[in-house]
Design a protein around this ligand. Structure first.
Ligand code: 5AD
Ligand code: SF4
Length: 473
């Protein structure tokens, strides 16, 4: 049985917030609005869905319009400076909303404010922000709200203890696609990355809790489940002796139903042959559920020298042999990766090694990033690559991958693809948008009633980022 908010927070904070929401509702003929804006990765999306779930359980009503909200929360990212600057600039704009509605509560949470210098920045430069909390304690939201509502004083909650939020209510954005966090935090300390400092050490959820959550989702007709963790391949470490990610995936596959299983992110140093064998066994076209034939394996750099400086614990050869095994076991697997250009000390030759790996592996898609200095990480103190060199390499990297993606997408033309229909296209209301199991975007004309179902689509044309087709009758 799921614990109620009351048993999770016996302090009476939730009762106080509920009473405030109730009197607002009576006075205004509507429930107070909550608006959450999420920056960054899927883990943050998943956290925001839980925070929204808690706020709804307390008496708020979700709104997409910040102007109609009595409580606005920004869930921030710290992976690159760009994400932080965007969140700060949008926080600046909230000043006007607060001026219009002095009762508005503004909270900022997530990875950015888990860093002391950013917490201080907001404390000092954004006086209209009411409270801040990091990534460790979102389950204390009722306390934060109660204190803000009752005392009207600003409060800042630096992360103290990193736990595993279990049993929280959740307001999912989609009825047919769901994020399921299987672990939190990271132990890897890649030298460029801030995540281990802002999300704490690795900790895995108990398998029973994960399996129960997935059973519930499947029962409710969910069509796609994405398992989340900073490094899903080390699932179970410190919790179980002989039970890891491969075993978890096998157990999930016993929950029968017509749905796809995705997962991210993997770390090459922990991606085992055993895991690849499990994927191969459960990714056949008649598997229900089906582990998608798509594997995201961040390479970061094709140069063994740079990988060492990044503290990645694998080299070019080890990565390559993993790819060879993968392609042997699942010949039509779609591969994707993350690449950082301009890591400190990266030479032209190192960069050429990255380009040659793109040509060799022939990824279907990639996410590429210009290295961004993160305060407190070892790479901050290393010799930096000049900005113009980084930009030039970035452009070459994009050109190379775009050509490969285009060529690979062309291979779909004439094929019939099973597509999970997601929405009406944002740019053309006569088209629906979905994705095939390999995560390729597919546009096709069709009825909006198909949203949330699988459709068979014949692919007619392809370009770098998407495929276009028609429904197969
Ligand atoms: N600069 C640029 N990219 C980064 N990433 C992580 N830290 C940085 C950084 N400091 C990228 C990595 C990671 C992805 C989520 O973000 O490629 O896999
Ligand atoms: Fe960051 Fe490396 Fe952990 Fe990924 S594995 S979150 S890149 S430290």
């Amino acid at each position: 049985m799921k614990p109620s908010l009351k048993t999770l927070f016996p302090s009476g904070c939730e009762a106080y917030v509920k009473a405030c929401c109730q009197s607002f509702t009576e006075a205004h003929g509507r429930r107070p609005g909550v608006h959450i804006r999420t920056f960054g990765c899927q883990q943050n999306e998943a956290d925001s869905e839980r925070i929204a779930g808690m706020a709804e359980a307390l008496g708020y009503e979700y709104t997409d319009n910040p102007e109609k909200a009595e409580f606005i929360l920004y869930n921030t990212c710290a992976v690159r400076e760009h994400a932080e600057l965007k969140a700060l600039s949008l926080t600046g704009q909230l000043k006007h909303l607060k001026a219009k509605n002095p009762h508005l509560l503004i909270g900022i949470c997530g990875c950015m404010v888990a860093q002391e210098h950013r917490l201080d920045d907001i404390k000092n430069k954004y006086p209209y922000v009411d409270f801040l909390f990091g990534t460790a304690s979102m389950e204390k939201l009722p306390e934060y709200l109660a204190i803000a509502l009752k005392q009207g004083k600003r409060a800042f909650y630096p992360d103290a203890e990193y736990g595993i939020p279990e049993g929280l209510p959740v307001r999912r954005e989609s009825t047919f696609k769901a994020w399921v966090s299987i672990m939190y935090g990271c132990n890897n300390f890649c030298t460029y990355c801030v995540v281990p400092y802002v999300r704490g050490r690795e900790r895995s959820r108990r398998k029973e809790c994960i399996l129960e959550e997935i059973r519930g989702l499947v029962k409710n007709g969910c069509r796609e489940i994405t398992l989340l963790g900073q490094n899903v391949n080390s699932y179970g470490k410190g919790l179980y002796e002989d039970y890891g990610f491969a075993e978890l995936l096998s157990d999930i596959c016993k929950i029968e139903g017509d749905y796809w299983i995705r997962f991210m992110t993997s770390h090459p140093k922990d991606a085992s042959h055993k895991l690849i064998d499990v994927i191969a066994a459960h990714s056949g076209d008649d598997c229900r559920p089906k582990i998608v034939k798509q594997f995201h394996l961040p390479l970061q750099s094709g140069s063994s020298r740079v990988l060492k400086a990044m503290n990645r614990h694998y080299d070019r050869e080890a990565y390559r042999s993993l790819m060879t095994y993968m392609k042997e076991k699942i010949p039509d697997v779609a591969l994707s990766t993350d690449i950082i250009v301009g890591f400190p000390g990266e030479t032209e030759e190192d960069f050429e090694d990255t380009l040659s790996m793109l040509e060799e592996v022939r990824y279907d898609a990639f996410f590429s990033f210009i290295y961004s200095i993160r305060r407190g990480t070892p790479a901050e103190k290393m010799e930096q690559v000049p900005e113009d060199v980084k930009s030039r390499r970035f452009a070459r990297l994009l050109d190379t991958q775009n050509r490969i993606s285009r060529e690979k997408n062309q291979e779909y033309v004439g094929r019939v693809e099973r597509v999970l229909v997601e929405s009406v296209s944002k740019t053309d209301a006569s088209l629906l948008t979905g994705r095939n199991e390999k995560n390729r975007l597919v546009h096709f004309p069709g009825d909006a009633a198909l949203i949330g179902t699988f459709a068979e689509v014949k692919i007619l044309t392809a370009d770098t980022y998407c495929l276009t087709g028609e429904l197969v009758p």
